[in-house]
Each structure stands twice: as structure tokens, then as C-alpha cells.
Design a protein. Structure first.
Length: 397
């Protein structure tokens, strides 16, 4: 209770929270694996960091002296929504790379320090405490604390199974039928669903939603008057020969309820930069988000430098993206081949920084001792397993 302790009930709730991400990373931080000094330590297979292209990013920053022409006004207070020049460059960037049918409006963009902050802000703006959102399982476990700590908003799972049902062509196949079933069950239980969260390309499965499925999901949300929060943070990390469709490229049935997010952490190998954007046409939502944006702002000089980076299309198109995709493809193949040699099945993926593998029949202690040699050759890659949210009633690996 607030009267008896140092923090409020809300503070106590936040302090007690133990998410799957924080638990795993705390264990890793206390006992890090090292081949020589700590061979019995914890091997981090759960942090999704793109370390494949640090050399390219370092070269670009060095060539531009860390960003040129930093002006005095950049050290003053600025527009909490994001500086105008950055939002203009982001709008042009997303218009091109998300293949939007017409130029995006910079006024529809809000800049924050990471997609986690955007999720947290949306949990307060779109939901009331006790509301819920639909999300297909398995999914990135970080969504849970992002939505719960500020907003007290919880997930209602849409279970996807590793075993294919009649009419399905691949495991973990999402369908509107499954969305409707989860929605109906929530309604019967008196649970108020306010939004559908989709991650595309998917984390952790690494697959890509077909265009028609995206359209069907938007129609489903429109029928039920749900917001759609579309996380496309791996939009440019597609390494397979497959078409990716962004929600920004579609004719949206309810554009006022479609909220798109993307950031620099994964596609541009900049987890430490902490810059992400939300695109929403909804003026009321933007107005509320801007009230919170000052708590989650990005330094103006960082926004200015990133404006220069995304405006350098020749470097992006001819150097960075081709190299990034090639290295992702090669790293993915080495990991898949190494797991296959140990008899460990892997779900076919096309994007992202992880593989979804079935370890249920594996003696982990024996196999990881042998498999470390493959990982050690690629110290910049990770198998993302430890931070995945699954559900008990789904037969997920």
C-alpha cells in the first residue's frame, strides 16, 4: 500500500513486474559466457541485435564526421513531435521504401526514443486500464511490458499452432477465422478488445504476411472497430526472395485506426540510437501522443544526423541494403545448417534476425557445447529464442 511504503500501488505493481526479457538478460549479465574464462556461463540467444553491418555504419558516420553542420539551434528545445526536417525526410523515406501510393504527410509522424516507447504511449492513449489487445502467438515478449507497465493493458492470444490444420499450407498460419474465434471468446468473457497488434515481418517466426491476409486483417479490425498497431521494424531486413507488403502501401478501410511504427534499431543496426517513428493519420491520437512525447524524446542532433543518413539514397540502395541482406542470408544459412546437422528442425523464415527452432527433443547441454563452434565463427549473430511469448494451449516449439 502507498501509505505504508515508499511507492504507490502503481509503483509497486511496476516494480514487481518480471518480464521474460528482463529475467533472461539479468541472468546473462551476471554470468556471461566466455569460451576461455567462463565456458559454463550463460550464452545469450535472446537479444535481437543486428551486428552484421557495424563496419558500414561506422564508415558512413566517419565519412560524415558524425554528421555535419550541427547548428546552435539544435541545442535548444524543439518540437516534441520531432524536428520538422527529420519528419520530412522520414516521410519521403517511408513513401519510397514502404511503397506508399502517395506521399506521406510529415505531420502524421511522431518521433520517439524507440518502438518500446511508442507501444507504451499507445497503451495510455488508445486503451483504458483493463482493456486488452489481440495478438497472434508466438510473439515478441517485449510487447507485454510495453503495454502493461504504463497502461495496464493485457494480451488476448490468437493461438497459432505448429501442427497444420485442414486447409492450411504451412505451420503457424494466421487467418481471419482464428481472429474471429479469439474475438468471440473475449466477448463471451466480457473482455474489452480495443486493438489488434501485428508484427510484420514477424518476430519470432521470421515470415511475412501476404498482401491479401493483411487486407483481410484490416477488414476484420474495421468490422469490429479495432485499432491496428502495425510493427514493421524489420521492414528492410528481408533476405529471402519474397515480396514484402507494408500496411502503408494498402488502401486502408479505416485509416484513422491504423498506426504504423518503424525504427532504426534493426534495419540499420542501431539499437543504441533509440529512434523510432509512429505514422498515424488520426489527429486526436497524435495530439495525445505529443503530450507524452516530451517524456520519450530524441536528441535533436541525433535526428539531424539520421536525416542525412536516410537522405543518402545512393549509399542505402547500392551499399548498405544489398550488403545487409547478403550478410543476413549467409548468417541465417549457417545457423540453419548447424541446427540441421544436430537434428534440430527450424521453421522457414524470410526476414529478421532470428530463427524459430524446435528444441523439445534435444539434450541442450550436449548440443550447445558442440554447436558453440558454429556460433563462435559468427559472433555477431544470435539465435533469438529466450524472449518469445508462447501460450500453453498452442503446440509451439
Amino acid at each position: 500500500m502507498a501509505a505504508d511504503g515508499y511507492v504507490s500501488r502503481r509503483g509497486a505493481r511496476i516494480g514487481r513486474y518480471q518480464g521474460i526479457l528482463s529475467q533472461g538478460f539479468t541472468m546473462y549479465g551476471k554470468d556471461r559466457f566466455d569460451e576461455r574464462s567462463n565456458p559454463q556461463g550463460v550464452l545469450n540467444l535472446g537479444t535481437s541485435e543486428n551486428k552484421l553491418c557495424f563496419d558500414l555504419i561506422e564508415e558512413w558516420f566517419n565519412r560524415h564526421n558524425g554528421g555535419s553542420n550541427i547548428a546552435p539551434h539544435m541545442f535548444q528545445y524543439s518540437d516534441v513531435q520531432g524536428i520538422e526536417s527529420f519528419r520530412h525526410e522520414i516521410a519521403k523515406f517511408l513513401t519510397d521504401y514502404a511503397r506508399a501510393p502517395k506521399a506521406l504527410n510529415p505531420e502524421h509522424i511522431v518521433v520517439m526514443n524507440g518502438c518500446c516507447s511508442i507501444f507504451a504511449a499507445l497503451s495510455a492513449v488508445l486503451f483504458d486500464p483493463g482493456d486488452c489487445y489481440l495478438i497472434p502467438t508466438p510473439y515478441f515478449g517485449g510487447v507485454n511490458p510495453d503495454m502493461w507497465l504504463y497502461g495496464e493493458v493485457q494480451a488476448v492470444h490468437v493461438p497459432l499452432d505448429s501442427k497444420m490444420s485442414d486447409g492450411e499450407s504451412f505451420p503457424f498460419q494466421l487467418s481471419v477465422k482464428k481472429l474471429e474465434a479469439a474475438m468471440q471468446k473475449a466477448n463471451e468473457q466480457g473482455i474489452r478488445i480495443r486493438a489488434l497488434i501485428l508484427i510484420n515481418p514477424h518476430n519470432p517466426l521470421g515470415d511475412i504476411y501476404p498482401e491479401q491476409l493483411l487486407k483481410d486483417c484490416l477488414d476484420f479490425a474495421h468490422r469490429h472497430k479495432l485499432h491496428v498497431i502495425m510493427d514493421e521494424i524489420y521492414m528492410l531486413s528481408v533476405y529471402d526472395d519474397i515480396n514484402f507488403t507494408s500496411v502503408l502501401s494498402l488502401n486502408q478501410p479505416d485509416p484513422e485506426r491504423i498506426h504504423f511504427m518503424w525504427g532504426f534499431s534493426k534495419d540499420f543496426a542501431m539499437c543504441g540510437i533509440r529512434v523510432a517513428i509512429l505514422h498515424t493519420r488520426n489527429k486526436e491520437v497524435r495530439s495525445a501522443l505529443n503530450q507524452l512525447a516530451s517524456f520519450h524524446g530524441c536528441p535533436v542532433p541525433i535526428q539531424f544526423v539520421l536525416s542525412q543518413l536516410i537522405a543518402d539514397r545512393e549509399w542505402i540502395d547500392k551499399i548498405f541494403l544489398p550488403t545487409s541482406r547478403q550478410r543476413l542470408r549467409e548468417a541465417h544459412q549457417i545457423i540453419v545448417d548447424g541446427l540441421a546437422a544436430l537434428g534440430i528442425p527450424v521453421f522457414r523464415s524470410s526476414a529478421g534476425l532470428f530463427v524459430w527452432a524446435d528444441f523439445r527433443k534435444v539434450n541442450m547441454k550436449i548440443y550447445f557445447t558442440n554447436f558453440w563452434m558454429s556460433l563462435n565463427m559468427l559472433s555477431w549473430t544470435r539465435i533469438r529464442i529466450g524472449d518469445i511469448q508462447t501460450v500453453q494451449d498452442a503446440s509451439n516449439p
